[in-house]
Design a protein around this ligand. Structure first.
Ligand SMILES: NC(=O)c1ccc[n+]([C@@H]2O[C@H](COP(=O)([O-])OP(=O)(O)OC[C@H]3O[C@@H](n4cnc5c(N)ncnc54)[C@H](O)[C@@H]3O)[C@@H](O)[C@H]2O)c1
Length: 341
């Protein structure tokens, strides 16, 4: 079977992980990488037997022969770069968040549709063992009606995380912590409980010198009728404390916890006990001084290869990807209107 050819733009923290994952995948091949920072892209190229590299995205798109362009640049570039790639007839895999506005998500989906290419969004937490088990229980109706869902993201980001970046902490370029730290969690809340139809709450910048918020609390209403709460902060002392979701259903309660949704902390579901011997193998992405969410990017790539080979359907496309952007946009609109009222 021919390998799928990937070209990647953005050789930062997560771009490097993509290249490592693709390099290790038998059915994939990295054919080119691109970063505007020549020292960075050249160093990564060197690490992988002098991979062809570019410092201009446009030039890479003009010259490369690839099946899929992976976009791992800062949030605000996801939409323009995905549209450019789609217009050149490349399939696209874009990092989360899909974009910073619903309008941009629509434009990305339209470009993919018009050019008859696929657009996928990285949502690697959907492949975490506890997350998949929970989805199975919900899809089989084991929990009955979901009454409430509670999500806590209590993480640490040191000031240098923002200071050393040209985009983190900027409203225009990053949007806020909901787009960066919370978007995977919000994706799962929606995957399990439906679209967010109401949001009320408060957010503040408490312990960082940044433009965006670093903490917030909202109550949510989902179109399934479930009520939810979301608490997020990057102000936890010293290191990440918890990333958890608790679901209260008519016939069961589940708490997925650990620091990165990597453990089942509580499971009581009528007639559907947790099997013994489940291997909870999800690991975090490690970036030196801080840790991110799960490192299941290999599973995202395997799902895409499976879809291309018509064997799997569990990828996340641009229509799924935009649901969390819609919810985040609604939450920020609501909270910023409250602030100015
Ligand atoms: N799925 C996940 O869990 C996960 C984890 C980390 C990051 N991400 C996402 O990946 C994206 C990148 O995050 P990061 O932490 O790697 O950021 P980063 O700042 O470490 O890396 C971004 C890279 O993009 C490059 N770049 C910027 N503009 C460019 C341009 N015009 N052309 C070419 N290169 C350009 C920068 O030089 C930098 O090397 C973000 O959107 C983030 O949300 C996702």
């Amino acid at each position: 079977m021919e390998k799928l050819k990937f070209a990647l733009v953005g050789c930062g923290s997560i771009g490097k992980r993509h290249v490592a994952v693709l390099d290790a995948e038998e059915q994939a091949e990295v054919v080119a990488i691109c970063d505007q920072d020549e020292a960075k892209v050249a160093a990564l190229s060197e690490l992988y037997d002098t991979l062809p590299y570019y410092t201009s995205y446009e030039q890479m798109l003009d010259e490369v022969e690839a099946d899929i362009i992976v976009i791992a640049t800062p949030h605000a570039l996801h939409a323009p770069m995905a549209i450019q790639a789609a217009n050149k007839k490349f399939n696209v895999l874009v990092e989360k968040p899909m974009a910073l506005s619903l309008q941009d998500c629509h434009a990305m989906n339209e470009a993919a549709y018009k050019n008859e290419v696929k657009l996928w969004v990285v949502k690697q937490n959907r492949y975490n063992v506890p997350v998949k088990l929970t989805k199975e229980a919900i899809d089989q109706g084991r929990l009955g009606k979901i009454f409430m869902i509670k999500c806590d993201i209590l993480w640490n980001r040191y000031q240098g995380y923002y200071d050393d970046s040209v985009w983190r902490g900027s409203i225009e370029k990053e949007g806020g912590a909901l787009f960066t730290q919370a978007s995977h969690f919000i994706d799962l809340l929606i995957w399990w409980c439906g679209d967010v139809i109401e949001a009320k709450g408060k957010m503040e910048t408490q312990n960082h010198n940044i433009e965006t918020e670093d903490s917030g609390i909202v109550t949510l209403k989902f179109n399934s009728g479930a009520l939810g709460s979301l608490v997020w902060t990057t102000c936890v002392f010293n290191k990440n404390y918890e990333g958890s979701i608790t679901i209260v259903g008519e016939r069961g309660t589940i708490k997925i916890g650990g620091k990165y949704l990597n453990k089942i902390e509580f499971w009581e579901v009528e007639g559907f006990p947790l099997q013994e011997g489940i291997e909870f193998s999800d690991k975090p992405n490690a970036y030196g001084k801080y840790q991110g969410t799960s490192s299941n990017h290999d599973k995202v790539v395997k799902a895409i290869i499976g879809q291309v080979n018509r064997e799997r359907k569990d990828t996340v496309d641009g229509f799924e990807g935009m649901k969390s952007v819609a919810a985040i946009e609604m939450i920020y609109n609501q909270l910023r209107n409250n602030e100015s009222a």
